[in-house]
Design a protein around this ligand. Structure first.
Ligand SMILES: NC(=O)c1ccc[n+]([C@@H]2O[C@H](COP(=O)([O-])OP(=O)(O)OC[C@H]3O[C@@H](n4cnc5c(N)ncnc54)[C@H](O)[C@@H]3O)[C@@H](O)[C@H]2O)c1
Ligand SMILES: [Zn+2]
Length: 360
């Protein structure tokens, strides 16, 4: 597909970052305008799940060309990707063709990986329908699937050409799923932009009520930050992109220690951010006041603020984190007057102390 030259209504925000190949369009009702941005003269197909297809397939105008994945992580498998390949073959999607992902992060990751590998790579368009996918997973180019041995073990960098974030999709998300996205939103404030953090504090109750104008601003501001960081470190080799993992080291460990059932990703990130704040405070990078503010905001959003188990049960999983390099623990820590940073000089004993203090 090629841009048609007709770029929808003025109310859509268009976001780009220099040197990064993705254009993000944010607005209300954007799904019904996707084909004004793209002229479908080339071959194309859609991958969705049962839920997103039934809720949004007709707004997109995808009838007859949609492959249905199982919902959630069950759809993020190599066997699902193999079925997408067959579907693309049946619909004659060739090297100039496009795959459109319509769904949350799971659909986006699996369809993105299919697009990255079908005929050695075809165009990808992401239509994220969850808050987490709109502020995080649909941008940045990471695609992939799970293996029985672990999550996201197979994948490729394959940035979408377009991301269409339709705010109206967020109205139907389950509260528990919406909350997972809110944790990532708080992460952008705490890690990248304190002005945004203050704005979130001021508007927390409206955001929780899912006021569309507020959600539009949330998604646009987060998308801008994600694009800017991804553009500086497209393949996650320079340590810059690791900044977007504030709260994730302890968060991932909590998810893993709970067998991926007790802790959802955003919940883990929320408690992980509390630990990172406590540690930053101990190092003189933040004040007690910052911890109080984070705790208040997370609680307002219904997110957890404490690890639920002792250090001894968390530690074995911490040491498996992908930010670790040759035995040194990588930790992202917030700072008072600057974006957060990846540190490799933090002794495990200090992390333990912060974890234990936060759990009290
Ligand atoms: N690629 C990346 O950079 C990146 C970043 C973060 C997370 N992820 C991945 O994202 C996935 C999680 O994504 P998610 O949180 O969007 O969850 P999800 O994709 O698993 O969707 C959760 C559920 O919500 C349903 N759903 C989707 N949109 C809906 C809507 N608008 N209304 C009602 N229901 C809706 C889905 O059918 C599904 O059952 C994980 O697999 C994670 O690994 C990827
Ligand atoms: Zn995350």
């Amino acid at each position: 597909m090629t841009p048609s030259g007709e770029f929808g209504k003025a109310r859509d925000s268009r976001l780009e970052a220099e040197g990064f190949p993705t254009t993000v369009v944010v607005g209300r009702g954007v799904l019904s305008r996707v084909f004004r941005y793209l002229s479908p003269q080339d071959s194309w197909a859609v991958a969705a799940d049962e839920m997103t297809s039934s809720l949004f397939g007709s707004s997109l105008g995808a009838a007859g060309r949609t492959f249905l994945l199982p919902q959630g992580e069950e759809g993020k498998t190599l066997s699902s990707v193999a079925k997408i390949y067959s579907f693309l073959g049946e619909h004659s999607v060739d090297r100039s063709g496009t795959l459109i992902a319509l769904g949350g992060g799971a659909v986006g990751d699996a369809a993105g990986f299919a697009a990255a590998t079908w005929l050695r790579g075809i165009r990808l368009v992401q239509c994220p329908t969850t808050l987490l996918a709109q502020v995080d997973s649909s941008m940045g180019g990471k695609t992939g699937v799970n293996l029985p041995e672990g999550k996201n073990l197979v994948g490729a960098f394959h940035p979408a050409e377009w991301v269409f974030a339709d705010i109206d999709c967020l109205a139907s998300q389950k509260d528990g799923d919406f909350r997972q996205g809110l944790a990532e939103v708080v992460k952008y404030g705490a890690g990248e932009d304190w002005n945004f953090f203050s704005w979130l504090e001021e508007n927390a109750s409206g955001i929780l009520r899912r006021s569309p104008p507020l959600l539009e601003e949330v998604v646009a501001r987060c998308a801008k930050m994600k694009l800017a960081v991804a553009a500086q470190d497209e393949r996650e080799q320079r340590g810059i992109r690791a900044r977007l993992n504030l709260g994730h080291t302890v968060g991932h460990a909590l998810e893993a220690a709970g067998g991926y059932e007790k802790w959802k990703h955003g919940d883990g990130v929320a408690a992980g951010m509390m630990v990172a704040f406590r540690l930053a405070c101990r190092l003189g990078e933040l004040d007690e006041e910052h911890i109080t503010r984070l705790e208040r905001l997370l609680k307002t959003f219904g997110l957890p603020t404490r690890p639920d188990r002792p250090w001894e049960e968390i530690a074995p999983f911490l040491l498996r984190d992908k930010k670790n390099l040759r035995g040194s623990l990588g930790l992202v820590l917030p700072r008072r007057d600057a974006p957060c940073e990846l540190r490799r000089d933090i002794p495990l004993s200090l992390l333990r102390e912060a974890c234990e203090k936060t759990a009290l």
